[in-house]
Design a protein around this ligand. Structure first.
Ligand code: DAH
Length: 345
């Protein structure tokens, strides 16, 4: 009988020591089983009466040790959970808190203006055509009726790729004209935005890289009147319904006749005087009727088809629209500059 009591007590001690407590629920089960008012230790105390008198004291002490061990283990495990549960409380997600502010980026002003230009021409049925920035001489110059000795081909103006006389960084988006005309048949109505490069000294007014948008319309019976009407529509969408335009005769190798388009900017203040050189008119783009030689170079029959083309710089229009006075700002990635163009809701 006495063995049974000691035996039970020993088993109980083993159980207390090896009890797996890995969560708060297990801790609570441990408490009920070994520490609480109805613990199995308490019921073992009932065994004392079956223990021989000379062993009663020893048995009693043993049970006390087991009781202490159970309490000690309980406190120890409890403190572990207390510290980890207080940590998890601070990590808890509070769904009622206001959300973190989303940091809205800003569109680059060049993209804003370029997208606006594209939007206007898309309404007229022009499709966006993008092409490579590394071009060959033929697409950039020869096909565009630019004679071999034209100053634009000068090493001063064109960035040629190392050890190459044929591969260059395109100097204008007009190269997309011949890319398109040699790959699709008329009618052609495209708008080509993109980056261009020229070997120029960088200053507040000029840069070695900038952006252009090219337009090209080829079909049967396209006239200069179509060109003028298209550009008037563009100018009034871009600069306001009452905007006036004028076309001045000019020269480009790839158009005949050629013109430059000015919009009337006004002469209200000193800045207007400065940027329009006292005339009130601002030059916006170059344009003209596609030279028959260009059509021939691209295997399009000039007897059947005619077309117009135009090209404009984006930086300049952007500088006018936002009154930016240094072209270098567009390429410096200064966050203080770029932040100003955040969308306003
Ligand atoms: N490619 C010319 C330039 O970079 C701009 C230009 C003028 C484009 C007349 C045209 C055009 O398509 O018809 O200065």
């Amino acid at each position: 009988m006495s063995d049974t009591g000691f035996e039970k007590a020993r088993k109980l001690l083993e159980e207390i020591k090896s009890y797996v407590i890995d969560n708060e629920q297990a801790l609570e089960s441990f408490r009920i089983e070994f520490v609480g008012a109805k613990s199995s230790i308490k019921s073992l105390f009932g065994e004392i009466k079956n223990i021989p008198d000379d062993k009663k004291k020893e048995f009693g002490q043993f049970l006390n040790e087991i009781k202490n061990e159970a309490e000690r283990r309980f406190e120890e495990e409890k403190s572990k959970f207390a510290s980890s549960s207080s940590k998890s409380k601070s990590d808890e997600i509070d769904l009622s808190r206001p959300a973190d502010k989303v940091k809205l980026g800003a569109r680059h002003p060049i993209s804003i203006v370029s997208n606006r230009i594209i939007e206007i021409f898309t309404k007229l049925g022009f499709a966006v055509a993008e092409d490579r920035e590394i071009e060959d001489d033929w697409h950039n110059f020869t096909s565009m009726n630019t004679p071999e000795d034209h100053p634009a081909r000068d090493m001063q103006d064109t960035f040629y790729l190392k050890d190459s006389v044929d591969r260059l960084l395109r100097t204008h988006t007009s190269s997309v004209q011949s890319r398109v005309m040699t790959s699709v048949k008329p009618p052609i109505r495209i708008i080509a935005p993109g980056r261009v490069y020229r070997n120029e000294t960088i200053s507040s007014r000029s840069h070695a890289q900038f952006h252009q948008v090219e337009g090209l319309y080829i079909d049967e019976g396209v006239s200069f009147a179509d060109l003028k009407q298209t550009l008037l529509y563009f100018a009034q969408e871009m600069y306001g319904k009452d905007t006036k335009i004028r076309l001045r005769p000019s020269y480009f190798p790839f158009t005949e006749p050629s013109a430059e388009m000015d919009v009337y900017w006004g002469l209200k203040d000193e800045i207007d005087y400065r940027i329009t050189k006292g005339t009130g008119w601002l030059e916006i783009l170059g344009c003209g009727m596609v030279d028959p030689n260009v059509l021939k170079n691209c295997d399009i029959d000039p007897e059947k088809y005619s077309g117009f083309a135009f090209g404009m710089g984006i930086e300049r229009q952007c500088m006018l629209k936002y009154r930016i006075d240094d072209i270098r700002s567009f390429f410096e990635n200064d966050i203080r500059f770029l932040e100003q163009f955040k969308p306003v809701f």
